[in-house]
Design a protein around this ligand. Structure first.
Ligand SMILES: Cc1cc2nc3c(=O)[nH]c(=O)nc-3n(C[C@H](O)[C@H](O)[C@H](O)COP(=O)(O)OP(=O)(O)OC[C@H]3O[C@@H](n4cnc5c(N)ncnc54)[C@H](O)[C@@H]3O)c2cc1C
Length: 462
């Protein structure tokens, strides 16, 4: 259209925005992207990627210890945080450059600026420029939520700052029990920091399978992490670099750093949504229909800003699908019902499908649980167990959930999620020949049912 500068304007060059922009452009659309911070977004700059690098770093301490059981004598290892952060930053810069190159190769115009909506077709950039767009895609992601406004909350950091600490602490308090809290607890513990986790519930990872949650809490404790259960942080005092944390249950912790990991919220503040007629829920997340369309017909939203399934592959799938639908051959089909996810704790967790409790609410289920010492730790002597679990719908015998806590859980569950999304039954699992000797083979050799759950109540005769 003549009065439009571009066919598609994308706000935010994160996982979803970059994918949507480059696919739309490859179909011939005129596309422009604005990014206020760094191209690549949360995942690449201060999320999945740098986190996984820190996870790798944190696991060496146990490797050095475990080597002794295999005959190695390792001199006292010394860890140097500035080296890790400098190397991590170099890799992140390389990835950002690769993302920029991809945009440019695909003829996407990009600008480093904050974008704000002025109306349903007009975007104002922090450079002062105004751009008219036929279609607008909001892909601004999420932002750490620091929780209630308790005294001293300003002395706590979020995951954003954790990747660039100048002073490496010897003790840290992590507030929250979600996956980011758990992952950073394991990272810091592995790097030799004393970690106190403060969680509102009895076990971390609300919403995950209960057996996994319980086994994780045991594993964290075995690695020296102190879990303060059923409580929250009441206040934080700062005295120079030292922090004093008061918990609601009366406990006081002297620490060097307070890390708030209480969740994330959609990043929509000051975005001009009202001016553009885009509705949000009560928490600032943009409401969309099944095709990612907002309440304004020409404006779409994908990824974390819609606060549904806040994962990189989901944002990418939505961005790709939207570009296909608007400018290409039509929507691509993705299964977003049973998306496998991982928690990169130590040991890691992989999960796909329903938890036992969720499945049991739908009807009777057969539950198979196996807990064992992985072969590697027979010689290392490390007290670390693997837990594997299958949840099977009794009527159809379809495997509706698979959960694992143990080495390589994320890698194993990715493969298993294909079988589960394809509708595999327990009999399909049983007739699959395992790979030996692996932990993964346990998923195809679990023959004895552990229990039945979700049995409907037997009604008394009237
Ligand atoms: C610590 C951490 C670890 C994580 N680990 C994992 C993991 O292991 N696996 C996984 O799948 N997911 C993980 N995630 C989640 C993952 O990062 C997000 O789901 C994903 O990045 C969402 O992509 P997105 O495109 O929706 O938004 P983002 O990647 O957040 O991108 C949004 C971009 O928009 C920019 N922006 C915002 N507002 C404006 C504006 N007004 N103008 C211009 N630019 C703007 C932002 O600067 C940002 O670059 C993690 C997240 C965190 C915080």
């Amino acid at each position: 259209m003549a009065d439009h500068d571009v066919d598609l304007f994308v706000i935010g060059a994160g996982s979803g925005g970059v994918r949507a922009a480059r696919i739309a452009s490859s179909y011939g659309a005129r596309v422009m992207v604005a990014e206020e911070f760094r191209v690549g977004g949360t995942c690449v700059i201060r999320g999945c990627v740098p986190k996984k690098l820190l996870v790798y770093a944190s696991r060496f301490s146990a490797e050095f210890e475990d080597a002794a059981g295999y005959g190695w004598a390792v001199p006292e290892p010394v860890f140097h945080w500035p080296t890790l952060i400098a190397n991590k930053d170099r890799e992140i810069a390389r990835l950002e450059a690769a993302y920029i190159a991809t945009l440019e190769r695909n003829k996407v115009k990009w600008v480093r600026a904050r974008a704000v909506l002025e109306d349903a077709h007009t975007v104002r950039l922090s450079t002062g420029a105004q751009v008219r767009a036929e279609t607008i895609l909001i892909a601004t992601g999420g932002w750490p939520h620091m929780g209630p406004n308790i005294p001293g909350v300003e002395h706590a950091i979020s995951s954003n700052e954790a990747f660039h600490l100048t002073d490496f602490p010897s003790r840290i308090v992590i507030q929250g029990g979600g996956y980011i809290a758990v992952e950073f607890a394991c990272i810091f513990a592995g790097l030799g920091v004393h970690v106190d986790m403060v969680i509102r519930q009895q076990f971390p990872l609300r919403g995950f399978d209960e057996d996994i949650r319980e086994a994780l809490a045991e594993a964290l404790a075995a690695d020296g992490i102190t879990i303060h259960r059923g409580t929250t942080v009441a206040s934080v005092e700062a005295n120079g670099a030292a922090r004093r944390v008061h918990l609601v249950n009366g406990t006081m912790i002297e620490t060097g750093l307070v890390f708030s990991a209480l969740g994330r919220q959609a990043y929509t503040q000051g975005l001009g949504l009202e001016a553009a007629g885009v509705d949000t829920d009560g928490f600032g997340a943009i409401e969309v229909d099944g095709e990612n369309r907002t309440s304004q017909a020409n404006i779409y939203a994908i990824g974390d800003v819609t606060d549904r399934l806040n994962l990189t592959p989901v944002a990418i799938a939505e961005g790709h699908s939207l570009a296909d639908r608007l400018f290409g051959p039509g929507p691509r089909r993705w299964d977003l019902d049973r998306v496998a996810t991982a928690v990169f704790s130590t040991p890691p967790i992989g999960t796909v499908g329903l938890t036992e409790a969720e499945a049991a609410r739908q009807g009777p289920v057969d539950v198979y649980v196996s807990r064992f010492t992985p072969m590697r730790h027979t010689l290392s002597g490390r007290a670390r167990k693997t837990l594997m679990k299958l949840v099977v719908d009794q009527a159809s015998q379809r495997v509706v959930g698979a959960h694992m806590l143990g080495e390589d859980a994320a890698e194993i569950l990715q493969g298993l999620s294909i079988a589960i999304n394809a509708g595999a039954t327990k009999a399909d699992f049983d007739r699959t020949v395992g790979i030996h000797p692996t932990a993964a083979e346990e998923f195809v050799t679990m023959r004895t049912r552990t229990r039945v759950a979700g049995v409907p109540e037997v009604k008394a005769a009237e």
